[in-house]
Design a binder for this molecule. Structure first.
Ligand code: F6P
Length: 360
């Protein structure tokens, strides 16, 4: 078959491992030919592509980023964009397309599927917020980077008697925050799932220091919100602009929080924003394996004719699920994991469990 591949949305470690898995299995086992569309949907829309063969995927397994590059282009937002994509796919006689991306990329894939394009999806995001799959590759690497950073700030915080706020990515879900927070032994973990009361955060830190500790580490997800603004209030954003899929640029809560903590506790407080370091660099072995399983699983789905489907991880199994399932609600951190974090913390004075509170 003549198969197109694209990577869309924010990059994440493991994308190259998926591409390699698809191409190697496709060539060795199915005698396929591959075209790589460049920069996500932009490549399909503007007809930018490269041939992909065994040579093109040699040595890319441990490399971060994506050899196909990526963008947040949304053809559905352009006049005649979807039709143009279909014309370009027809021109190249593309029998099937494998789209590697998150919910935004999959939303375009679904629209094209509805118009008859044969598409198989492969989920990716460091945020781990896609419904329908237990884990996305890229997440484990992001958590590893964040955990190492938390370990590192521990020693400098301790040396200076400081509180340090570590802001991690994750958009509207707190997966990276809770995993890295638990793994890094953070004293406070703040998630978008549970708006936090700043007074409670300050109280907790004061009690900790009262017990003889002289430093604290606070992990905050970029999408976490102050309880005063509630679920309906927006998170802290870097600017008011939105991308083609309607997302604002989150970021900045770390600084705001550090200021508020210092004001209330008198502890010298610093903020560190991990930002794109979480998305860069070599994938962990877990992500390399998961990405390879997704890649080989995706090419198998193409040859089984399971179009409009996406590979996913359920427990330890790679399964296929309808693309539309990836477009459901954001997968947020489950209560069980939140209970683990809460279990490590002393209850606040009013009897509730610390800062990780259920939204009222
Ligand atoms: O979705 C992945 C992600 O890294 C989010 O965690 C973050 O909010 C966003 O992308 C950042 O996007 P950009 O790379 O466009 O700044």
């Amino acid at each position: 078959m003549n198969i197109g591949i694209l990577t869309g949305g924010g990059d994440c470690p493991g994308l190259n491992a998926v591409i390699r898995g698809i191409v190697r299995k496709g060539i060795f086992h199915y005698d396929d030919r591959f075209l790589g569309f460049l920069e996500g949907w932009r490549g399909v829309l503007e007809n930018h592509w490269v041939p992909l063969d065994l040579q093109s995927v040699a040595g890319i397994l441990p490399r971060g980023g994506t050899i196909l590059r990526t963008s947040r282009t949304n053809p559905a937002k352009r006049e005649g964009g979807l039709d143009q994509c279909i014309r370009n796919l027809e021109q190249h006689k593309v029998d099937a397309l494998v789209t590697i991306g998150g919910d935004d990329t999959m939303s375009v894939a679904l629209k094209l599927c509805e118009r008859g394009v044969k598409i198989v999806g492969c989920p990716k995001t460091i945020d781990n917020d896609l419904t329908g799959t237990d884990f996305c590759f890229g997440f484990d690497t992001a958590v590893t980077v964040a955990t190492e950073a938390i370990d590192r700030v521990h020693s400098t915080a301790e040396a200076h008697n400081r509180a340090i706020v570590v802001e991690v990515m994750g958009r509207d879900s707190g997966w990276i925050a809770i995993y890295s927070g638990i793994a890094g032994g953070a004293d406070v973990i703040l998630l978008p799932e549970r708006p936090f009361d700043i007074e409670e955060v300050a109280e907790r830190l004061k009690r900790r220091h009262g017990r003889g500790r002289y430093f604290s580490i606070i992990v905050v997800a970029e999408g976490a919100k102050f309880a005063e603004t509630g679920h309906s209030g927006g998170p802290v954003v870097q600017d008011m602009g939105r991308d083609e899929f309607g997302h604002s640029r989150l970021g900045g809560i770390g600084q705001v929080l550090a200021r508020e903590i210092e004001k209330r506790t008198g502890f010298e407080t610093r903020a560190v924003v991990l930002g794109h370091t979480q998305r860069g660099g070599s994938p962990t072995p877990f992500d390399r394996v998961l990405a390879t399983r997704f890649g080989t699983g995706a090419i198998d789905l193409v040859h089984k004719g399971e179009f409009g489907m996406m590979v996913a991880l359920h427990g330890t199994e790679i399964v296929s699920i309808p693309l539309i399932q990836a477009l459901g609600e954001t997968k947020t951190v489950d209560d069980q994991l939140i209970a683990v974090a809460e279990g490590l913390q002393d209850p606040s004075q009013n009897g509730t469990q610390m800062t990780i509170r259920k939204a009222g």
